[in-house]
Design a protein around this ligand. Structure first.
Ligand code: GDP
Ligand code: IMO
Ligand code: MG
Length: 433
């Protein structure tokens, strides 16, 4: 049976956690494909709010096998804290598997992340400071330490001795910050490795066996496609590929084994950290969206920047990722507006721009062309089927669908599990943009 990818269509925090949890109700395996503890995925159930960072959002379904794939970078201390927190709340984590090929985020990675951000000054990326970028940099430079190394004390000691020595040189000589104590780092990691050992496996084989056996496999991405290291708003991006292609690579699944790419978009836009954001609202409307949507980072608590829905960026992502369906979340946040804008084009120096400029300074200069739609001015949080939604809300859904060129199949009307409205697909309406 082919697999399904769940990915973010914007700059992250689109509600991937909630959607993965919902689809996991009927899935056998959920594989997290990319990112690290920079991610924060919220799932709200009758047992309360769960904030997941490294553990896949299928974990609240006890029948689901949850896999942290090879494409993820894992801070073992953060992962253990998350596992302990889940266990304390009665959530079983015995079905959690960790790829032996995944790279380890080591204590020098957050130290370097902090030092590099501070060196960037006003041009800061606004990273989550979780060490994500430096860990992926080491992976690509072929000097990373992997989970397979972490659980073998001798290998760990050998690789760690070399790496801590070299990273301490960088930390002290280039950045003028305190070095790390190699012995202490080793001891902490050995202890963490021994606690994680039973979860470690060749996870790509588990995933392939599940697909061979006709089981339902979901791939959960972190971040969003506009933060992709190749096609996002570089350099204001994350260091992995939160795309459909990245999902395949990170999970150990071939593109030919995928038949469904679900992109999650919010009904408006947010981004955290620096970088161009063409539809940003630096006014009361932006504040209203922030407060109504409780737009504060799940991992860092930072206020998120807010703006209208950007259908130019949205369509770019839908095309590049072969999106087969869309989940439009947080529609309820727009309940109080008289009018709602959607960006349907960019203008740069009086000219209309067809695609997103690669240069960040040019993307920073584009002005959005808006279409204005009527608001519905009604509380939609109790809606459970399309007929419960006001006409203007359905018109908004259809408008976005037509601009993105992919069908919207689910709409989010609140944070909890059951606040999802299935929307009839109507492919005849698509492709009008
Ligand atoms: P993720 O990183 O994509 O999993 O998203 P986050 O969990 O970081 O951020 C999404 C936020 O929106 C969380 O606080 C969710 O509880 C919340 N949320 C998800 N879907 C909806 C929705 O349809 N309506 C509202 N009001 N909140 C939602
Ligand atoms: P989820 O999975 C939103 C952003 C950071 C920063 C940039 C680089 O919850 O959607 P990094 O720490 O990755 O080097 O930071 O990427 N960022 C996210 N923004 N949601 C996320 O994850 C993010 N993960 C990273 O704010 O701008
Ligand atoms: Mg998030």
């Amino acid at each position: 049976m082919p697999a399904t990818i769940i990915m973010g269509g914007q700059w992250g925090d689109e509600g991937k956690g909630k959607l993965t949890d919902a689809l996991a109700a009927t899935a056998h395996v959920v594989v997290r494909a990319n990112g690290g503890s920079n991610a924060g995925h919220t799932v709200t159930t009758s047992d309360g709010v769960f904030k997941l960072h490294l553990v896949p959002s299928g974990v609240l379904n006890p029948d689901c096998t949850c896999v942290i794939g090879a494409g993820v970078v894992i801070d073992p201390i953060a992962l253990l804290k998350e596992i302990d927190g889940l266990r304390e709340r009665g959530v079983a984590t015995s079905n959690l598997l960790i790829s032996d090929r995944a790279h380890v985020v080591l204590p020098y990675h957050p130290a370097l992340d902090r030092a590099e951000e501070s060196e960037r000054g006003d041009d800061g990326i606004g990273t989550t400071l979780r060490g994500n970028g430096p860990a992926y940099a080491d992976k690509v430079a072929r000097r990373g330490i992997r989970i397979a190394d972490l659980i073998d004390e001798e290998t760990l000691l050998r690789k760690l001795t070399r790496e801590v020595g070299s990273k301490n040189e960088t930390l002290t000589r280039i950045f003028g910050v305190e070095p790390l104590d190699a012995t202490e780092v080793y001891r902490t990691l050995v202890a963490a490795g021994s606690r994680l050992r039973d979860h470690v496996t060749a996870s790509e084989m588990v995933v392939q066996d599940a697909l061979d056996a006709g089981k339902t496999v979901l791939v959960e991405c972190a971040q969003g496609a506009m933060l992709d290291v190749d096609y996002g708003t570089y350099p204001f991006v994350t260091s992995s590929s939160p795309t459909a292609a990245g999902a395949c690579q990170g999970a150990g699944i071939a593109p030919t084994q995928i038949d469904r790419v679900v992109a999650v978009y919010k009904a408006y836009s947010t981004r955290v950290g620096g970088g161009p954001f063409p539809t940003e609202l630096m006014n009361e409307t932006g504040n209203t969206i922030r407060e109504r949507g409780r737009e504060y980072g799940t991992s860092t608590g930072r206020p998120r920047r807010t703006g209208w829905f950007d259908a130019v960026a949205g369509r770019y992502v839908a095309r590049l990722n072969g999106v087969t369906e869309i989940a439009l979340t947080l529609l309820d946040v727009l309940d109080t507006f008289d009018e709602i804008n959607v960006c349907t084009g960019y203008r740069l120096n009086e000219l209309s721009v067809r695609s997103l400029p690669a240069r960040e300074d040019l993307l920073g200069q584009v002005s959005p062309i808006f279409s204005t739609l009527a608001g519905w001015k009604r509380d939609i949080t109790a809606a459970r089927e399309i007929d419960d939604l006001p006409e203007a809300a359905v018109a908004y859904i259809r408008f976005i669908e037509s601009k993105l060129g992919a069908p919207i199949s689910l709409v989010g009307v609140g944070p909890s599990r059951e606040q999802l409205v299935p929307v009839t697909r109507d492919s005849a309406m698509l492709g009008a943009a």
